[in-house]
Structure formats: C-alpha cells, structure tokens
Design a binder for this molecule. Structure first.
Ligand code: HEC
Length: 479
C-alpha cells in the first residue's frame, strides 16, 4: 500500500466508491471484430459534434434573447460585438450542417455494411429517429436569428407542414402557437431547439450507444478476418480522435473564412423570396414539380416512403448477407437516393441563378444581407432600459447614450420623441433660440435659468461632464 503514489491512492479511493475502473475498462476494451477501421469513425464524430453544438449553443444562450423584439439584435451582438462571438456562431452554424452530413454518412455506412442486421434492429431504428431530430434542430435553429431569411424560410416551412392532409393544420398551429409567425413561435422554436430536442437526442444517443455496445460491432461485411479482433483502445480511439480533430478544424476554418451570415431584421410586411437551408432543398425543388394538390407527393408520400422504408428496413431485410455487392438493389437504391438529393440541391441552385424572375431579387437580397452584415453593431434601445449590453458603444448611432437612458428617458422617452409623455419631445433643438449645444449643456446644470419648469429637474449633479456632452450631441441629432 505504502509504495503507491498519492494519485494512485486517490484513483483507488474514487474507484472503491464508483467502480470507475471497471467502467473505463469496459469502455476501452470493447472488442472490435475484424479490427479497427476508418469506416467506423462517423458515430464518434457525430457524438463529438453534438457536444460541440451543445457547448457553443450554451455560450450563445448567455446572450441570446428569444423574443421577436430582441432576437435579431442579440444575434447581431453575438456576431459583431462579443469577442469570439463570430467564431462561436460560425462553428455552431457549420456544425449543424456537419451533423446532417455525418448523420447521413453514418447511416449510409451502416446501410452498406449491413450493420443493421443480426439483433441490431433497435440500434438502427433509434438512429433513424436521431436523424429526424437532427433535421428538427436545423428547422428550429434556422428561425432563431430572426432575420429576413429566417423569418420567411420558416414561414414557408411551417405552411408546408400545414398543408399535410389531416394533421397538417393542427401541427402548424402547434408550431406557430397561433395562426401567424410571431414571438410565440420564436419562443416555441427556441424551447424545442435548446431544451426538448437536445434532451431527446441525449437520451436516444445514450440508448443507441448502449444497445450498440450490447450487440457489439458488426465487423466487416465479408466476415473474412472475423478472428482478427482489436480493442477499442488504442487503435479505434486514435482513428476516432483524428476524425474529431478533422471535424473541429474544418468547422473553425469555415467559421473564420466564411463567417455565418446574418441579414437585416425580419420585416413581415416585405415580399422576401424565401429559400430553405440546403438540406431541405430537395423537398423545395420537388415542390416546384408537384403544384397544388400534388404537393403531398414531396411533402408526405416521398418522405413517408423514405423514412418508412428506413424504419422497417431491419425487419423487412432478414437475410444474413451483408456484402453490399451481393445486395445490389439495396445498394443501388441508397446511392440513387443520395445522388438524387444532391442533384436536386444543385438543380434548385441552378434554377435560382438562371431564372430572370428570381435571380435579380435573390441577388438584391444577398446584397442587402452583406450590407447589414458588414455594418458595425448598432445597439438597440427599447423603453427606459437599454436592451443590449452594448449600449455603451452608442456614440454616433441612432441610439441614446446610457446616461440619457438613465436620467432623461423616463420623461422624454427612449427616442427623445416625448413618447414617455412626462416631457416634451427633444427634437429640432438646434432650430430653437437659446438651444445651442452650449445652452443644452447649461440646461442640465440649471434648467430654471432657461425658464424650464417642473417636473424638469433643475440640475443633474450625478451626470459627468463627458456624459452630458454625449447627451447634447445626441439631442442635436434628433429628428
Ligand atoms: C421628471 C421628468 C423629466 C426629466 C427626468 C427630464 N426632463 Fe427635461 N423636461 C421635462 C419637462 C416637463 C420639460 C418642459 C418644461 C417646461 O418647458 O416648462 C422639460 C424640458 C426639457 C428641455 C427643453 C425642451 C424645449 O422644448 O426646449 C430640455 C432640453 C430637456 N428637458 C432636457 C432634459 C435632459 C437632457 C434630461 C436628462 C439629463 C431631462 N430633460 C430630464 C421633464 C423632464
């Protein structure tokens, strides 16, 4: 006992109380039939991505405000003002696409290797549910920025959901929280995005992994080197770690090279031309070909057939054969579905570029988005309190200085338009006699000298000279 180091003693102490050593043993010594492989990295990479999304997402919720009034400004604040915010948001943005890509890759690999067979039906079925949840994350997350693209994209998305015969209208009403896309909708999407879906995904991922561990990895499809067995550690752990690193570096690279965009705030009265995120593009493209009552083909029939087939696959396909080359029909169907989806995405993009009716409008929308994106952050001022933490940086913009918000807004209104009713509007000051910059400054020192009566306070000893100057400067600019 005595020759054990302090660290070992601590480990023993913890182990006696938790059984952590046995757990680690079980986790790392998992036998991998046929040996470790690069083909098996997708699951671990997905789990890693989920953690990345959770971490970046949690940090963003420290700033994000899920209401129609503030959502967009808070995202702009994260993007433009929070140190590292753009990187964080970029990682989260590209992470969501990466999750869709890796989930499909994971599914395709499992499918081609026939790894859903032999007592792995439930692992597969849970996996398909998780794919749907990943798409749900994309759908709910898209609205949260509350910019033009988000608002109108979601409007189209929810109305498509509403057109599904039978459940459609109720489903749409539940999603929207009414009949219109409002702050209630945003609240619901936010709750789904940060509470319900993550909780569900975490539970299912736990179940997925534990059932998978129970069944054990299926191993290579040809069963040739079946007697070759690696342990999970170290070889597969190494492969998985490299995959995670590649994923992470790619996300950081994309986030820095092509920052996640943000357009101007949603304006429900505008006629914005909506486009869905890329992974809903195939559905969007098909909708063009199935107008009117036929729209149920792409919205209900096709997804129903695809996901129905995915769910039932392990129960319908009971043959032991796993080699993709000896299951030509299954392999072909998968490849055609994937190629078809990718083709539809490119076709939709191509039509947008070449259709004269859309091309110009989309180009204009894109320019507006870039213009907003490049502009510096403008704090948003609402009511008597500054809505955004960034209000101190108000100089030169339309928003009032913080000192004004604290000492004057309650009477003269947050925008100086007299909207608070206790004091007159402060507009057009320079046009009035005895209201030059100097006068305005002196009014704050001795209002009575200017014949200003109560309730206008006689002086503001609490406001610093610099703040008074900032207020004067701002007042003179009011229109
Ligand atoms: C408690 C309410 C109240 C507060 C707080 C207050 N004001 Fe006033 N203010 C008034 C009222 C009422 C008048 C009109 C007085 C009059 O004309 O008799 C007025 C008048 C003025 C005028 C003259 C308007 C004109 O038409 O020429 C200026 C300038 C002004 N306020 C600036 C400020 C500034 C700057 C602050 C904050 C540092 C401030 N006020 C805080 C109530 C308020």
């Amino acid at each position: 006992m005595t020759d054990k180091s302090k660290v070992d003693q601590l480990v023993d102490w913890v182990d006696e109380r938790t059984g952590v050593k046995a757990l680690m043993d079980e986790a790392l010594n998992e036998p991998i039939r046929g040996g470790a492989r690069w083909a098996y990295v997708f699951g671990s990479a997905l789990l890693f991505l989920f953690v990345v999304q959770v971490v970046t997402g949690i940090v963003m919720t420290l700033y994000y405000v899920p209401t129609a009034d503030h959502a967009h400004a808070s995202v702009a604040y994260i993007q433009k003002a929070v140190p590292g915010g753009a990187l964080l948001r970029g990682i989260h943005h590209y992470g969501s696409s990466a999750m869709v890509i890796l989930a499909v890759a994971h599914l395709a690999q499992t499918f081609l290797y026939g790894a859903y067979k032999q007592k792995r039906e439930l692992v597969w079925v849970i996996g398909v549910v998780m794919l749907l949840i990943v798409l749900g994350f994309g759908f709910t997350g898209y609205l949260l920025t509350w910019d033009q693209a988000a608002y109108f994209g979601t409007k189209v998305g929810t109305s498509i959901a509403g057109e599904i015969p039978g459940v459609g209208p109720i489903q749409q009403k539940i999603m929207l929280g009414g009949t219109e896309l409002t702050t209630v909708t945003l609240s619901r999407f936010f709750t789904a995005h940060v509470f319900l879906l993550p909780l569900l995904l975490a539970l299912l991922a736990g179940l997925h992994v534990s059932l998978f561990r129970k069944a054990g990895p299926a191993g290579p499809y040809h069963n040739r080197d079946d007697n070759k067995v690696d342990r999970f550690y170290p070889k597969q752990v190494f492969f998985d770690s490299v995959a995670m690193l590649v994923v992470f570096v790619t996300l950081v690279y994309l986030a820095m090279k092509m920052p996640a965009e943000l357009g101007p705030v949603a304006d429900p009265s505008s006629d914005y031309l909506a486009r869905p995120p890329w992974y809903f593009m195939p559905l969007f493209q098909l909708l063009k070909w199935f107008p009117g009552p036929w729209s149920i083909v792409p919205t209900v029939v096709l997804p129903g057939v695809i996901f129905g087939a995915l769910f039932l696959l392990p129960f319908l396909d009971r043959k032991a054969e796993r080699n993709p080359f000896k299951r030509p029909i299954a392999s072909l169907v998968l490849l055609l579905t994937l190629a078809g989806s990718i083709g539809l995405i490119f076709l939709a993009r191509h039509q947008d570029r070449t259709n004269p009716e859309f091309a110009e409008k989309l180009k204009k929308q894109e320019e507006e988005m870039h213009a907003f994106f490049k502009a510096p952050f403008e704090p948003q001022v609402i009511g008597a309190t500054t809505a955004m933490v960034g209000a101190t940086g108000a100089g030169g913009s339309g928003a009032a200085p913080a000192a004004y918000m604290e000492h004057c807004a309650d009477c003269h209104g947050a925008n100086g338009q007299g909207e608070a009713d206790l004091g007159p509007p402060l507009t057009g000051m320079s046009a009035k006699p005895r209201r030059t910059a100097e006068d305005l400054f002196k009014i704050m020192e001795d209002a009575r000298a200017y014949d200003l009566k109560k309730p206008m306070p006689a002086s503001f000893p609490d406001i610093s000279e610099a703040d008074k100057k900032a207020i004067v400067e701002w007042m003179l600019k009011l229109k």
